[in-house]
Design a protein around this ligand. Structure first.
Ligand code: F6R
Length: 596
């Protein structure tokens, strides 16, 4: 989703802002722009496409000044174009925006009636012109902001600069992330910590309904009631090294390959004591347990549902956050709601979590991004500790989420009186996972050959049973988003109830077949597919004649979300790479989905 950066300090702003935008590129975007307060007033440059194009334009015609704002846009209102790219200008002000103004149409109609003209199709320009109209009346930036936020509906983070106050940046937050950092010479603000890290590891996070006014080395924070507030900086633990490719061609491949190390970090100090540092009190609720999440995080929660049910007979409901947030609920203080999010900023997950919290349920967040909105909103937070995930498609966060959820399941089983030997045996198995993953990744060459054979197909089925089923669902999601192939997943017993009618020699199936009682049943489903000329790629430790085979190590089936997922991630990566797709920033997708 959109990224915003602002700078005020002693340096030339353009290179600083460009570097900030580069660090936000992983979020996914379609256009980019910059506005700088120069000696001759605000100058802006915008391009459709990538930050590299913006940089070229700035090299041709430099824009010099030491205060400015910049933006990468992921289109919501109006197609990707220079006309709709941020920053927008009006009178002495320029603005960049992350989020959505829901009542833009009404506000725009009123402004047009009042004689204001628009140059774009965006909701952002509506917010800017509204602000300028209020400034015309009040002649005070602070008063105009306070009146503006009363009029806007929706979620937003803005950065604004002003020709009349050439070193000032104003940042406004309600619903979308905004962070600002400061060192002796520089103030830098952004939608994402990543853009700050080359300047400072001390960051001030804004809460919703707050804004700041910064410049000349000072930052003042206010709430939407107009009161001045204090804000204590946080020392950030990430470093920039974690954000580099480490010799791999793509971040995605690096992140797939670093899963054993990431999982080791996620589990460190947590297996023996079953997360007691984070979850100090008993967590087993008397009432329901619900997981809320989107996309890959949702798929990780599905593995938890199967695992905890096998372990202790407990039923867990897994809900898409986008649905949960609007459904009626019977939640109470006896309910436990677990929100999962790599970015910690997914709008639907955040709103669903707040809804659960407001209904009195106890909330736990499993989150990667440090101090993110979801991390801060939950009653208790478990950080994944896996370092930054940069590639848009989620990989290492998935295995970390499943691992932490398995620990939650063991904790609940233990609190419900499961035998210590049984819990200890599971702890031991979980500790061995990083080693099993490393061994597999060192010998995963056959996956690339299979990708070479299949990457031109247009459609894929993924099938699985038991714990293999949620793993297959995540495999299908990876293929879709990276290779743009149509990939659909079914519990294999469902194939004969409809989907099998699509099978022919051009419609291959990937069968995820870890060991266990249900594998023979899945093999029967595979035979039914092969009898209809369907090609099958079997992911298993046991071969079946007539299938392409991805050989897996002999492991406990319940560990397959950590191990069987690896060839599925790699298959999608290789296929996408062979197709020449933008592997790290697949089309139409964003890393941090901060709009509904
Ligand atoms: C898939 C993917 C998305 C995210 C989803 C939730 O590879 O990246 O499906 O998993 O947008 O994101 P988080 O986990 O940040 O809430």
């Amino acid at each position: 989703m959109c990224g915003i950066v602002g700078y005020s300090g002693k340096k030339n702003a353009a290179p600083v802002l460009l570097e900030g935008l580069r660090r936000l590129e992983y979020r996914g975007y379609d256009s980019a722009g910059i506005a700088i307060n120069t000696k001759k007033g605000i100058r802006s440059v915008k391009v459709k496409g990538k930050v590299a194009g913006l940089e070229e334009k700035l090299l041709e015609k430099p824009v010099v000044g030491s205060c400015g704002i910049a933006h990468t846009r992921w289109a919501t209102h109006g197609k990707p174009s220079v006309r709709n790219a941020h920053p927008f200008r009006y009178n002495s002000f320029a603005i960049v925006h992350n989020g959505i103004i829901e009542n833009w149409k009404t506000l725009k109609d009123d402004l047009i009636k009042a004689g204001y003209n628009f140059t774009s199709d965006t909701d952002t320009e509506v917010a800017l012109i509204c602000f300028c109209a209020l400034f015309e009346k009040t002649q005070s930036i602070g008063k105009a902001i306070l009146q503006l936020v009363k009029m806007l509906k929706g979620a937003y983070a803005f950065l604004i600069i002003d020709e009349q106050n050439p070193s000032t940046i104003i940042g406004v937050k309600n619903g979308n992330p905004l962070v600002v950092g400061k060192n002796a010479d520089d103030i830098i603000a952004a939608s994402d910590l990543t853009a700050l890290l080359s300047f400072t590891n001390r960051a001030f996070f804004l809460e919703d309904r707050q804004f700041f006014v910064a410049g000349d080395g000072n930052i003042d924070f206010y709430n939407f009631e107009g009161g001045k507030i204090s804000n204590t900086p946080v020392d950030v633990k990430w470093n920039q090294e974690e954000a580099k490719k480490g010799g791999y061609k793509h971040y995605l491949l690096k992140e797939i390959m670093e899963q054993p190390a990431a999982l080791t970090r996620a589990l460190a100090g947590r297996v023996d004591n079953l997360l007691f540092d984070e979850l100090k009190n008993r967590i087993t609720p008397k009432g329901r347990i619900i997981c809320i999440a989107c996309g890959t995080s949702y798929n990780a929660a599905l593995c938890f549902k199967y695992f905890i049910n096998m372990l202790s007979g407990v039923s867990v409901t897994v809900e898409f956050a986008s649905e949960f947030r609007y459904q009626p609920h019977d939640l109470s203080a006896d309910s436990l709601v677990i929100a999962l999010s790599q970015s910690g900023e997914t709008s639907d997950t955040k709103e669903a979590l707040l809804r659960a919290k407001n209904s009195g349920a106890h909330t736990i967040a499993i989150v990667n991004s440090w101090e993110s909105s979801i991390a801060r909103a939950a009653d208790e937070t478990i950080y994944m500790n896996i370092g930054q995930e940069i590639s848009v498609a989620s990989t290492k966060a998935y295995t970390a989420e499943v691992a932490l959820l398995y620990l939650v399941a063991l904790r609940i089983a233990s609190e419900r009186g499961a035998a210590a030997e049984k819990i200890d045996a599971w702890k031991q198995k979980i500790k061995e996972v990083p080693k099993i993953q490393s061994n597999y990744l060192e010998n995963s060459g056959s996956v690339e050959d299979i990708a070479k054979k299949y990457y031109k197909k247009k459609n894929f089925f993924y099938i699985g049973r038991g714990i293999g089923y949620p793993v297959a669902i995540e495999g299908a999601l990876k293929l879709k988003e990276l290779s743009y192939m149509h990939a659909e997943c079914y519990a294999s017993g469902e194939m004969k109830h409809g989907p099998i009618s699509l099978i022919d020699s051009e419609f291959p199936t990937i069968a995820v077949a870890p060991p266990g009682g249900l594998r023979d049943k899945l093999f029967s489903n595979v035979s039914e597919i092969k009898s209809r000329m369907g090609q099958v790629i079997l992911v298993s430790d046991s071969m079946l004649a007539g299938c392409d085979f991805i050989k897996m190590p002999k492991i406990d089936a319940w560990l397959s979300p950590f191990v069987y997922i690896l060839p599925l991630q790699l298959f999608s990566y290789y296929a996408a790479n062979l197709l020449g797709n933008d592997v790290d920033q697949p089309r139409n997708l964003a890393k941090s989905v901060t709009v509904e």
